[in-house]
Design a protein around this ligand. Sequence first.
Ligand SMILES: Cc1cc2nc3c(=O)[nH]c(=O)nc-3n(C[C@H](O)[C@H](O)[C@H](O)COP(=O)(O)OP(=O)(O)OC[C@H]3O[C@@H](n4cnc5c(N)ncnc54)[C@H](O)[C@@H]3O)c2cc1C
Ligand SMILES: *[C@@H]1O[C@H](CO)[C@@H](O)[C@H](O)[C@H]1NC(C)=O
Ligand SMILES: *[C@@H]1O[C@H](CO)[C@@H](O)[C@H](O)[C@H]1NC(C)=O
Ligand SMILES: *[C@@H]1O[C@H](CO)[C@@H](O)[C@H](O)[C@H]1NC(C)=O
Ligand SMILES: *[C@@H]1O[C@H](CO)[C@@H](O)[C@H](O)[C@H]1NC(C)=O
Ligand SMILES: *[C@@H]1O[C@H](CO)[C@@H](O)[C@H](O)[C@H]1NC(C)=O
Length: 614
Amino acid sequence: MRYRLLSTLVAAATVAAVETATETYEYVVVGSGPGGGPLACDLARAGYKTLLIEAGGDEGDNPTYSELGNFLEAANDEATRWDFWVKHSDDPKRELEFKHMTWDTGDGTFYVGLNPPAGAKQLGIQYPRAAVLGGCAMHNGGVCSLPQDEDWNLIVNATGDTSWEASKMRQYLKKIEKNDYLPSGNAAHGYTGWLSTSTGDASWAKNDSLPATKILKKMAELTGQNPADVASLANSDILGAYDNKDDITSFYNMVQHADKNGKRSSPNNYVRATLADPKKYPLTLKLHTLATKVLFANATAAGGLPRAIGVEVMEGASLYRADPKHVPGTKGNTTQILASREVIVSGGAFNSPQLLKLSGIGPAAELQKFGIPVIKDLLGVGEKLADNYEGSLLGLATEPIQGAGLITMMFRTPSAPTKKRNIFTWCGVLSFEGFWPGFPTDYGPHEYECAMVHIGPKSQAGSVRLLSADPQDVPDINFRFYEHNGDVDLHELVEGGKLLREAWQAAGAPTLPFNELHPCPGTAAGANCSDAAQAESYKTQAYSHHATSTCAIGGDKDPMAVLDSKFRVRGVVGLRVVDASSFPVVPGAFPSLPTMMISTKAAEDIIADAQKAG
Ligand SMILES: Cc1cc2nc3c(=O)[nH]c(=O)nc-3n(C[C@H](O)[C@H](O)[C@H](O)COP(=O)(O)OP(=O)(O)OC[C@H]3O[C@@H](n4cnc5c(N)ncnc54)[C@H](O)[C@@H]3O)c2cc1C
Ligand SMILES: *[C@@H]1O[C@H](CO)[C@@H](O)[C@H](O)[C@H]1NC(C)=O
Ligand SMILES: *[C@@H]1O[C@H](CO)[C@@H](O)[C@H](O)[C@H]1NC(C)=O
Ligand SMILES: *[C@@H]1O[C@H](CO)[C@@H](O)[C@H](O)[C@H]1NC(C)=O
Ligand SMILES: *[C@@H]1O[C@H](CO)[C@@H](O)[C@H](O)[C@H]1NC(C)=O
Ligand SMILES: *[C@@H]1O[C@H](CO)[C@@H](O)[C@H](O)[C@H]1NC(C)=O
């Protein structure tokens, strides 16, 4: 497979000019994704003069982004794409077994696969991010689910801050949600917020003669649900308030952050609405601006702790080298912008730790290696990187499956170590096998897949570490998948896949047999593969796109804690990190909605502090 590598390169090198600080805001927020976007709007709406800095542009009117159905195109689109080339392990041999390993051929194309042409340079595993107003919520699948209650409660345990109790977190969903799929008045939901949520049509599940319904009924039987009830179960509310919800195995109707007409809903909408509001909220947006450093003063007033007083930025488009449109040698003008109250970093799980480190906050030894003066030696910055493991059961049906809807189920694999469900699956006529330039592969009308997102990875051994002190450079990202108790997680994926495969065998003629492509190739319905072989497949071919925890909240005595429970960076004042990097663990199966919820929570915390300070 070969794909275009770079936009036409224009030979150009702009010389950077340094200007002095001319602008002052009360708050400066870096990054407009689910972490930074809602927060910046809430601060401005509360009357605080706020600057929102975003490295990308605004594609809110571009149908590639505004129509959720175009998300595959959006995630591939050079207009916004930042390519991070990541590793999944420290084992170079294992990396080379990843069948979508990507290489730079040197002639302007990518090679994706196991047999690169001579001389090709190994790039790594593509991990796309969207540099655009709204962040990755502008190119993601929009799938919504809530964290496990425990993911919130463990913050209470670690920090003593009871505002994180799971029962109290629903208020943030209610505050931001504009529910577009349930009659108003449902106490679990919000109807007046800025984030539209909607579901698909599950009525196909009423038709017993469809192969997909036969699979659905078999799945019900295998997971202790009543096969006679599938039509209504397939319409269950995945964001509903249920007692012990994390112990429940059930089908659901998939919820996405979009309105009922399929228009994507994201922080982009909220930022634009805030800017356009006749009330003229004091929000300023700077697009095409790359924050390169947080600025500090030595404030003795705050107990001798360094105080964040603003940011240094480079102005211009495509300055970051993850951007395929970056023109080598290009630098933007450098400017300093002051924040009289606070700086909030929301660059996402890769860029927030990088920016902190460039600013002198991180493991001292790493910073010193690159000559960065240490403001605060903080071991956890860039560590604890974790993600949901993803894998799938993909096959080709003998005859295309007609009229198949999307099956969504959260279930517990039979020998999981706890009572909690551990797999989020969606099954349909689709193929999703992770990311590479030009993804996904179209296997034609016979394709059928159950995609699995594993919940609760037992390892958090990944890291984001500097490769240089140059803010335009991309850091080294290694997920170190399955490093701790990986066998337990792999066994859960194998059991999940086996259960789904068994359900497939109920599809009947003319769908059967499936010619499975992975993890157990062939038509033997799994009989041909050992558990170990399937585990190996889930291990070497795992993919992910929910990176978190690189600036994690933690307790006072935890040396790896980067933030306190109010998102404040430990050891300095006037600086917070609010985004997917703040979560101490991966929040459930999908992080986008939870990140918007904590953004809203953080705004409340910040406003409360401002009111105290006067
Ligand atoms: C292809 C794909 C599909 C996904 N699908 C789903 C899904 O269906 N459901 C789900 O829940 N999650 C999904 N996710 C994950 C989800 O979108 C992210 O977890 C979420 O967007 C994280 O929000 P964030 O604010 O932490 O970071 P981001 O969304 O990455 O936002 C960070 C923003 O900061 C900007 N930025 C970074 N550094 C700087 C800097 N130095 N200066 C200025 N600006 C900067 C970036 O341009 C970006 O706009 C998906 C992710 C991908 C990549
Ligand atoms: C929190 O602490 C209590 C008491 O020690 C314990 O029972 C509970 O399991 C802990 N919860 C989490 C999520 O860690
Ligand atoms: C159920 O599906 C079958 C096969 O696609 C179709 O022929 C039939 O009309 C459907 N029945 C209903 C009630 O929609
Ligand atoms: C803060 O103090 C340190 C050590 O005294 C010094 O090296 C640094 O330049 C000071 N920074 C500022 C912004 O004044
Ligand atoms: C940098 O500043 C110069 C002089 O003010 C200006 O002409 C140029 O357009 C600026 N470049 C960018 C990328 O903003
Ligand atoms: C079982 O696997 C072998 C080789 O691994 C393959 O040749 C054969 O076709 C498979 N059998 C079936 C029924 O898929």
